[in-house]
Structure formats: C-alpha cells, structure tokens
Design a protein around this ligand. Structure first.
Ligand code: PRP
Ligand code: URA
Length: 210
C-alpha cells in the first residue's frame, strides 16, 4: 500500500469496527461507535500537527510546554454519513471550523450528485480533514476534494472508516497530494457498488432510514 494511505489498526478501532459491521447493531449504538472510531482515527490523522514551545506557570514553577502551532484546522463532512464522524472529532478538536458538502450517489450510475456546499471562508489557510465513513467507488470523495480545492483548500486529509481498494486507487489517481486515513481496507465492491464485506449503507444505518 502506498505511503499516502494509513490504516489505523489500533485494537480499539478494530474492536469497534467489528461492532459497526454487525448487522444487529442498531442506530443509536451505530452512531456512537462511528463517533468513537472517528475520534480514535483523528488521534492518528493529527499526529503530524506542528507544535510550538511556550512557558506556563505551574503551581510550583515555570514549565516549558508544547502547544499546537501553525495552521488552524477545518473538518468537512460529506453529507449525510460524514456528519457523525465530524461530531466525534469535534470532541477532540473543539476549535476546528466545520464545513459541509452535500453529495449523494445516483443508485444507477453510481456517480455523485452535488446538492450543497458550505465551507469555512478561510479554508485556504487551514489544514482540512474530509470525512466520509465509506470510500466505495471513490466518486464522492474525488468530487468533494474537487470542491474543496475549488474553494482554495490545500492541505487535505481524507478520513474513511472503511475503504475499498477501487476507491483508494481512484482518489490517489485524481488527487495524489491527498493523504488517506482509514480504519480498514476491505476486499472489493459488489455489482451494486457496495463494499464487501463493508457495513451496508452507512447513512441508512446512522439515521434508520431503511
Ligand atoms: C455513501 C457514503 C459515501 C458514498 C460512497 O453516501 O456515505 O458518500 O456513498 O460511495 P462512492 O465512493 O461510490 O461515491 P450516499 O451516496 O449513500 O449518500 P447518503 O450519505 O446521503 O446516504
Ligand atoms: N455507500 C455506503 O454507505 N456503503 C457502501 O458499501 C458503499 C457506498
């Protein structure tokens, strides 16, 4: 696997992923698990954030400490399913600005259809984390990254809970500068464009729409 893909194989992520895959897991638990996995993945995805040294006064003495420096962060959700991931990551990084890109996949052509985009005005000055639990054909992710770049975003990481090899390849071809952070890489897509074994339709399982 190319260097631009990181698989977060931490035991807690893998355990929660097993529960997410299980079809008996209902919407309430599914949402909570998605948020928790996203938080744990964010720990890895933010590993390369820059730090700067400052001094604080402890009750005992001055201490040289390290705090986050450099560019601010933006979290951008691909609607609908990416929203739960952003909610989880915000628990860790509450100061991040949040953007939304509305896309749905046409069930016949599997092509993404755009219906909404609202992004932080200064996204060009932020490190951007784009979230969507599922990277299947890669059409939605490529389109969302196109939109981010058209709004000036530069340093983009794509975060997916489960990815298909086909989707990874498509994103890497279209946007070789984008790093991808995933919880698992599955076997393949089926004839309907669903990830196998995957976890089914993420949006429907989060919101109970089917
Ligand atoms: C799902 C998923 C991704 C997309 C992945 O969304 O959340 O956005 O499919 O498929 P792709 O890689 O083949 O583009 P969906 O289109 O079902 O929309 P929804 O979240 O609104 O249900
Ligand atoms: N979208 C989903 O929600 N699940 C898949 O397996 C593929 C696309």
């Amino acid at each position: 696997m190319s260097e631009s893909v990181t698989v977060v194989d931490h035991p807690l992520v893998q355990h929660k992923l097993a529960l997410l895959r299980d079809k008996r897991t209902g919407s309430k638990d599914f949402r909570e698990l998605m948020a928790e996995v996203s938080m744990l993945m964010a720990y890895e995805a933010t590993r390369d954030l820059e730090l700067q040294e400052v001094t604080v006064e402890t009750p005992v003495s001055p201490a040289r400490v390290r705090i986050l420096a450099g560019k601010k962060l933006a979290l951008v959700a691909i609607l609908r399913a990416g929203l739960v991931m952003v909610d989880g990551i915000l628990r860790l990084i509450p100061a991040a600005k949040v953007g939304h890109i509305g896309l749905y996949r046409d069930p016949k052509s599997l092509n993404p259809v755009e219906y909404y985009a609202k992004l932080p005005e200064d996204i060009g000055f932020r490190r951007t984390f784009l979230t969507d639990p599922m990277l299947a054909t890669g059409g939605s992710a490529v389109k969302a990254i196109d939109i981010l770049k058209a709004h000036g975003a530069g340093q983009i990481k794509l975060m997916n809970i489960i990815a298909a090899p086909e989707g990874i390849e498509r994103v890497q071809k279209a946007h070789p500068d984008v790093e991808i952070v995933v919880g698992a890489i599955d076997e393949r897509l089926n004839e309907k464009g669903y990830i196998v074994p995957g976890l089914g339709d993420a949006g429907d399982r989060i919101y109970g729409t089917k």
